[in-house]
Design a protein around this ligand. Structure first.
Ligand code: CS2
Ligand code: MN
Length: 358
């Protein structure tokens, strides 16, 4: 596995590339052109400028997370064809720049959803948390304000003010007749158009699971577990139609057997990117993000890394969200310290597991 770190770009991330390079064992960067608007074609020169900057700091630009999908594609309205063409054009520019892995998700309207961005844990650190009862009390506008309304924190991925502000009501109306099966159809339409192009361009597509992996606010969510991941891969049975194995998102549902999924999809050659984080379940559909180490959460991270070692996983992996510790401020989930600790823990597990195997 190759350790990477998510970075939000120059001027947009309080963490510098040099900070990231100083994390022991850090090899690559995962980023996006965060200033672009969803649906537009990315410019080659802008991609190359970011790539050169990353490489100047002794790191590789391994993955784009994300090239987001325009809502019209998820809704299946006629303008989707134009947005799909644009998506393929963006993949062409990425391939030309030598970037060969793209993470994306197919969640309607919202990306990951939490009821609290700074739940205080016993040790004084804060973490992202989810409590279904609290979520059910909110309406989507409250939720948006809760997550995107704090001017003191940088914009969070999936909660772009320009994309969502004042647009929630019409979006929810448009989705009112889209159930899970319709969303599957729209995903199929997208994959049938995009995967053959991705194959030609040698760009691996890695869908990210829905977080949390169940419907919220009546919006359908379909990338939720083992059977649905299988179904998604069968829609277009091509190795370029792969997944981002995110332990935190899938692990929000304790029914999801993560090591089994890693072994199964890994043997099929369909895991193109991995996110590893722990979550602590404290009730039915109640959880918070825990430190990466097994003892602090509900997911056995040792078993997760062992499964990755069993499939000889050679792709990019990153510590996913971390807590805010040591007084750090910044983008919730995406501070430097806890994610750095997480990455060295994951590297340590990997070294221990792979060395004792030989
Ligand atoms: C999240 C998502 O779990 C995660 O990594 O932070 O925002 C994720 O980046 C997207 O769903 C991927 O498209
Ligand atoms: Mn993730």
């Amino acid at each position: 596995m190759k350790m990477t770190f998510r970075w939000f770009g120059e001027g947009n991330d309080p963490i510098s590339l040099q900070d990231i390079k100083q994390i022991p064992g850090m090899k690559g960067i995962v980023t996006s052109l965060h200033h672009t608007t969803v649906g537009e074609v990315w410019k080659y020169d802008e991609i190359i400028a970011v790539k050169n900057n990353v490489e100047k700091h002794g790191l590789d630009l391994d993955v784009i997370e994300s090239v987001n999908i325009h809502e019209d594609i998820k809704l299946g309205v006629p303008s989707r064809d134009m947005y799909i063409d644009n998506y393929i054009k963006t993949l062409e520019q990425l391939s030309r720049a030598g970037i060969k892995t793209v993470c994306y998700n197919f969640m309607p309207v919202f990306d990951w959803t939490r009821s609290d961005l700074a739940k205080k844990l016993q040790d004084g650190s804060t973490a992202l948390s989810y409590d279904e009862k609290a979520v059910l009390k909110m309406n989507p506008v409250n939720m948006f304000e809760n997550i995107a309304g704090d001017k003191d924190i940088p914009e969070l991925p999936g909660w772009e003010v320009s994309r969502l502000k004042d647009k929630l009501k019409p979006l929810f109306e448009q989705y009112s007749d889209i159930d899970n099966e319709k969303l599957w159809k729209n995903l199929e339409y997208f994959l049938k158009a995009v995967i053959p192009a991705a194959e030609k361009l040698d760009v691996k597509m890695a869908i990210h699971p829905d977080d949390p992996p169940w419907n919220i606010f009546g919006l359908p969510r379909i990338i939720t577990g083992f059977d649905n991941l299988n179904r998604m891969m069968k829609l277009v049975d091509n190795p370029y139609n792969g997944i981002t194995l995110c332990t935190g998102s899938l692990g929000a549902n304790p029914q999801n057997d993560l090591p089994a999924a890693i072994r199964h999809f890994g043997k099929m050659g369909r895991i193109h990117f991995a996110h590893v984080r722990n979550v602590k379940h404290t009730g039915e559909r109640v959880f918070h993000e825990a430190p990466h180490i097994t003892s602090e959460g509900s997911i056995d991270i040792y078993e997760v890394i062992k499964a990755f070692s069993d499939i000889s996983y050679a792709g990019p992996i990153r510590p996913d969200h971390g807590r805010m510790i040591w007084g750090e401020t910044g983008r919730p989930g995406y501070g430097l310290y806890d994610r750095a600790l997480g990455s060295t823990y994951l590297n340590g597990l990997w070294e221990g597991i792979t060395k004792t195997k030989c």
